[in-house]
Write a protein that binds this ligand. Structure first.
Ligand code: TXA
Ligand code: MG
Length: 324
């Protein structure tokens, strides 16, 4: 677990332009000083991410939003004051000083205050903004433990702060606050209903091809294992057919998991949507490690954080764009 000495070393590393991986309540982030262009270039290189992709600026307190935004719309102010620290990213118009390495050259910037003690200690110790995508190589599954970060990034990151597994397990909800209507660009730990309730405004979701997070690609963001999203009733027939075709099959489904043929690898089933979100990325890594050919995944009910879990499962199945 991260000690005070680790935190001091992490702050020093950021100040001299190095990279620090740190826990958040959603997933581990790969952080760089958001005001240092060279550090941002290194971040993109290590991540393996195309340059036009914007990164989220993490700050230690809601009041710091004004340091990054050209203007703060009322709805954004309300959301930040009420829901930060928390798994929510607000997209606002960028302040003039924000580097292109953060915005990907666009007019907006995403900002969030994470709800994680080590992340907050790091942010407060550092003082400035920390630009941080999820701490995986581009296209891979996001890391939810420090071991996942090391497995993916190895020696390319100077410091990895460890505070155990992430409490939410899927990335933050991204809300675009720049238009007349709020738009949920990515579902996450904060529900659409909560966004509407707190902001007092309607929140839409991107229509097909209308609004989207810049820099998302039609690419597999994925385990090596093929993921198929299926209904509970289809589990047994699908598993049986795949086994007959010589495939190594695993199943991930909310409990109670129905009885399955003996050769199926049955992963521990989550008890509810919160647990499903917490374990999802770890299970996707596990099936890769175990050399599974096909994972049959039954999504949780489409409510609360279950919306985000369903979204990530469909993306892992290659039927959507990845989140990087
Ligand atoms: O929970 C999270 O948000 C995690 C933790 C580390 O905070 N971070 C994260 O970052 O998921 P990343 O870079 O892996 O995904 C951020 C997503 C990308 O799809 C990016 O396109 C989008 O946020 N994004 C960032 N800035 C944006 C902006 N100004 N406008 C629209 N989308 C933006
Ligand atoms: Mg990511």
């Amino acid at each position: 677990m991260a000690t005070d000495a680790d935190l001091s070393r992490a702050v020093e590393t950021l100040r001299r332009g190095g990279l620090v991986a740190f826990p958040t309540e959603t997933v581990y982030g790969l952080g760089a000083d958001a005001d240092n262009a060279a550090a941002l270039a290194r971040l993109y290189a290590v991540k393996g991410r195309p340059g036009e992709h914007p990164v989220i600026v993490h700050v230690g307190a809601p009041a710091q939003l004004t340091e990054w935004a050209a203007d703060v719309p009322v709805a954004a102010r309300r959301l930040g004051d009420e829901l930060w620290p928390g798994p929510l990213t607000l997209v606002v118009r960028r302040a003039a000083r924000v580097l292109d390495g953060v915005t990907g050259g666009g007019d907006t910037v995403g900002v969030r205050v994470p709800d994680q003690p080590v992340a907050l200690a790091l942010l407060r110790g550092f003082g400035g903004g920390i630009a941080a995508p999820s701490a995986n190589r581009f296209g891979h599954v996001s890391p939810t433990t420090a071991e996942d970060v090391r497995a993916d990034l190895g020696d390319d990151v100077e410091v990895v702060l460890d505070d155990g597994p992430c409490q939410v397990g899927v990335e933050s909800t991204i809300v675009d606050c720049t238009g007349d209507e709020l738009v949920i660009l990515r579902p996450g730990g904060v529900t659409r209903e909560r966004v509407e309730e707190v902001s007092g405004r309607a929140a839409g979701v991107p229509g097909d091809g209308v609004t989207r997070a810049p820099g998302t690609l039609k690419s597999h963001y994925a385990p090596e294992t093929t993921v198929l999203v299926v209904d509970r009733d289809d589990l047994v027939p699908r598993a049986t057919a795949l086994l007959a075709a010589g495939q190594r099959v695993a199943v991930l489904a909310p409990v109670p998991v129905p009885p399955l043929p003996p050769d199926v690898v049955v992963l521990d089933g989550p008890a509810d949507s919160d647990e499903y979100a917490r374990v999802l990325y770890g299970r996707l890594r596990e099936v890769d490690r175990r050399g599974v050919d096909v994972l049959l995944a039954v999504p949780p009910p489409d409510a609360g954080v279950g919306v985000a879990v369903g979204d990530r499962l469909r993306r892992a199945a290659g039927r959507g764009e990845g989140w990087g």
